[in-house]
Ligand binder design. Structure first.
Ligand code: GTP
Length: 460
């Protein structure tokens, strides 16, 4: 039975393979990614800024006056208007070695070590007013760092400051928080490891606006109208890092997905190739079977007429010519009639087996039709051909063919002819047949040569 045809796909042209290629180079995905990236970058600009009014009630305690004489009742530093955060500073005498004045907001509550995290802000907008001879107004933030700051020592909270000239603050000014630096006097005072002296605003406990160096007799007026911190809800660098991570993650996903699809496609194609290979193998086996069926006689297992004709064609091409021996079982009809057709078949098989067993490997042997067989040998050695025919004649006669318990006497007649190189095989076959006919005529169970060879010594 012919096996069912399997549906075969040609590797490399399957839909899967083209889909993998499409997804790996899908421009829509790329365009969507770029659009999302641009949207994310733009959103950083358009997101509402984060602001913090540092002196807002409830957020900070104060303002408190800064004075060098430790006595706020002496009126050297006093409020012009506390609500407006407006102070006046006038030391009549040098009340201390160092004179300064200003105001402070305290950002921690009951716990002095707990300040406010201002690290998310980028800028500080200051609206100050100053009148007086001071060369600068100092803006400072203190940051409590538990690694070295002590609650009992306010000064141990790291100091960050910037000195602003009076003309710089004539109108509201916006500072980068990074402009505030840790001054040398603070670094020198605490003598800490270098990494502790870096600016940091994670835990800010106080804001002060002051005039750090004033002289006795001078008149100063300082007002803090507003101090606002500004920043972004999402830090720009974090957005960019997020975008980069998203792209890398997306690329990784695409690569993994593409790899998985390629692998699936590869496995599918491998299965298709395996099926194709198995099918090809199966077809070869079937082809061989068909070839055998086409050239082999089913009953005897030797070549059939078609197989013989093909072999004779090969011999015809040979420059050596060939010998032809025809063989016909004697009185085969009688065997059939007497013992039955099946018995006749068995006799055909046995005779074929006897002949095949006595041939050279180079000889070609087959059933020409009915009870007639043909043997072809390369070369035109007449002596060998007649000796072979005689030997086969004897072997068949000697063979004890017993079928279903009946011993059947079987003999055969032989005709021998030569087909010289370049000669006609059909003619040689005809002459072999004529010789066979004469063997039958002469009483059967014998070998006759082609008449044209009469007189030719069988020793050649
Ligand atoms: N059992 C069997 N018989 C076959 C087969 N092919 C041909 N025959 C029979 O072989 C017989 C050949 O008979 P004939 O041509 O008269 O020849 P014969 O009886 O051998 O007589 P001679 O050749 O003159 O000796 C016929 O009866 C065919 O039916 C076959 O494949 N099997």
């Amino acid at each position: 039975m012919t096996p069912p045809l399997v549906k075969l796909k040609v590797p490399g042209t399957t839909k899967e393979a083209s889909r993998v290629r499409y997804e790996l180079s899908n421009p829509k995905l790329l365009i969507a990614g770029i659009a999302l990236t641009l949207a994310a970058v733009a959103s950083v600009e358009f997101l509402p800024a984060r602001t913090l009014e540092l002196t807002a009630p409830g957020l900070a305690n104060g303002p408190y006056l800064n004075t060098s004489d430790g006595n706020q009742a002496n009126a050297a530093v006093k409020w012009v208007n506390v609500k407006d955060k407006h102070l006046r500073c006038h030391y009549a005498t040098a009340a201390a070695n160092y004179l300064g004045c200003g105001l402070t907001y305290v950002l921690n509550g009951a716990d002095p070590s707990l300040g406010r995290d201002l690290s998310g802000f980028d800028t500080m907008e200051l609206d100050l007013a100053y009148k007086g001879p001071s060369a600068f107004v100092r803006v400072a933030l203190r940051n409590f760092d538990p690694r070295f700051s002590k609650a009992e020592d306010n000064n141990s909270s790291r100091f960050h400051s910037i000195n602003l000239r009076p003309r710089d603050i004539q109108r509201p000014v916006e500072l980068e928080l990074s402009e505030l630096t840790v001054p040398e006097w603070w670094v020198g005072q605490y003598n800490l490891a270098r990494e502790y002296n870096r600016p940091g605003f994670e835990n800010v406990t106080a804001l002060s606006i002051d005039l750090p160096v004033v002289q006795a007799g001078e008149e100063h007026e300082l007002q803090l109208r507003r101090v606002t911190l500004k920043g972004h809800w999402v830090k720009r660098d974090k957005v960019y890092l997020g975008i980069l991570c998203a792209w890398m993650f997306g690329a990784l996903l695409m690569v993994l997905n593409g790899w998985a699809q390629l692998r699936r496609s590869h496995l599918r194609q491998q299965r298709e190739i395996d099926a194709l290979t198995a099918r090809t193998r199966q077809l070869r086996v079937e082809q061989e079977k068909l070839r055998r069926l086409a050239t082999i006689d089913e009953l005897t297992g030797v070549l059939n007429r078609r197989g013989l004709e093909q072999s004779l064609e090969d011999f015809e091409d040979s420059a050596r010519g060939m010998t032809l021996v025809t063989l016909d079982i004697d009185h085969f009809k009688h065997i059939n009639d007497r013992h039955g057709h099946d018995c006749g078949d068995e006799v055909l098989r046995r005779v074929a087996a006897v002949v095949a067993a006595n041939l050279r490997a180079s000889d070609v042997f087959g059933r020409w039709g009915g009870e007639e067989f043909l043997i072809a040998g390369q070369g035109t050695r007449l002596r060998e051909a007649t000796r072979l025919a005689q030997k086969l004649c004897d072997r068949i006669e000697e063979s004890e063919i017993t079928v279903s318990g009946h011993r059947i006497a079987v003999t055969a007649s032989f005709g021998v002819a030569l087909a010289p190189p370049g000669g006609s095989t059909a003619d040689a076959l005809k002459r072999a047949d004529e010789a066979l006919y004469r063997a039958k005529e002469a009483g059967r169970n014998r070998v006759e040569m082609d008449k044209t060879l009469e007189g030719t010594p069988t020793t050649i």
